[in-house]
Design a protein around this ligand. Sequence first.
Ligand code: PHE
Length: 344
Amino acid sequence: MQGGLRERLSALESEALEELGRAGTPEALEELRVRWLGRKGRITRELQALGSLEPAERPAVGEAANRIKAALTELLEARRESLLATREERELAAERLDVTLPGRAPRIGLPHPLASALEELTEIFRGLGFEVAGGPEIETPYHNFSALNIPEGHPAREESDTIFVGGGLLLRTHTSPVQIRAMESRPPPLRIIAPGRCYRNDAPDATHSPVFYQIEGLAVEEGITLGHLKWTLEQFARAYLGADLALRFRPGYFPFVEPGAELDVACIFCGGRGCATGKGSGWIEILGSGMVHPAVFEAVGYDPERVSGFAFGTGVERMAMLKHRIPDIRLFYENDVRFLAQLA
Ligand code: PHE
C-alpha cells in the first residue's frame, strides 16, 4: 500500500472519531453516520475508489477501510445507545410524579337549596294524595286575576305589583292561576299542588325578591270542609317544620276564597316571645288559604252547589328560611357556593 493512502485513511479515521466525540445527540450521531457511512459517505466513497487502485494494493486498502468502517459503526451504535439512555433518564426525571402528594378532590355539584325545598315540600303533599300540576309563568290577566274573583279595578290588582310583559300578558304574581287552568281542563274531584316561580315588582330586601317560588294547593270534591283544610295544612306544616310546632289559624282575606285564613307558626327565632322577625308578635305567617269562592267555581264551570274545595298558597323561600334559619331571602339568589354548600 502507498504510504500516502495509508496516511489518508488513518487521518480519516481520527477525523471521524473526533466528530464522534463531539456529537451530543442521537440526531447529530445519525447525521454523522450518513455523512461517513451512508451511500455517499466518505468511507463508502473510499471503498468505491478501490477499483482505481493497483490490484496488488486493493486488499490492504480494502481491509483498512473496512476495519475503519466496522470500528466506526460499532462506536456509533454504542454512543447512540448511551445517548438515548441519558435522554430517557432526563425525561423520566422531568416527568417525575410524587404519588404521595394528597389528591385534589373534584368539586361535586349539589342540588340548590330551593330545589331541595321544592322537592321536599312536593313529597309531603304527594304523601297526602296531591298530584303535581303546572302552568305558564307568563299569564293572562284573566287567569291571574279575573277568574280568581279579582275583577278589573279591584284593589288586589294594584296591590300585587304586577310585572307586565306586553301583548296584554303578565308574569304571574302567584301560583293561583294554576288552580284555574287545572279546573278548566278537567272535572272534579281534583287534588293538585302547583309548585312554581312567581314574579312581583318588589325591591329586593331581606324578605322580598322579585322572583320567588310558591306552592299552590287545591282540593275539590263533594263535601270538602274547612276541617279538611285545617287538618291538611297542619299535617304539612308539622311534616316540614317539626312535629311539636305551635300553629295558629287566623282569618285572612283573599278574593278567591271565603272564608279565608292565614296560618301562623310560633317564631323559630324567639320561640313565640316576640322578636323582629315576627314583628314583635312571636308569630310568623306561612301561608294563605281558604274555601274556594263560588265565583271561582262559576268561572271554570264547576257547580258550587255540588262541590266545595279548599285552596292554599305558601312561599317556598319563606318555608325554607324558617326551617334552616336563613336570615335573608337574597341568599337563595346570589348563589354564593359557601351558602349553597352549607344547606346541601
Ligand atoms: N295566592 C295567594 C298569595 O299569593 C295565596 C293563596 C292561595 C291564598 C290560595 C288563598 C288560597 O298570597
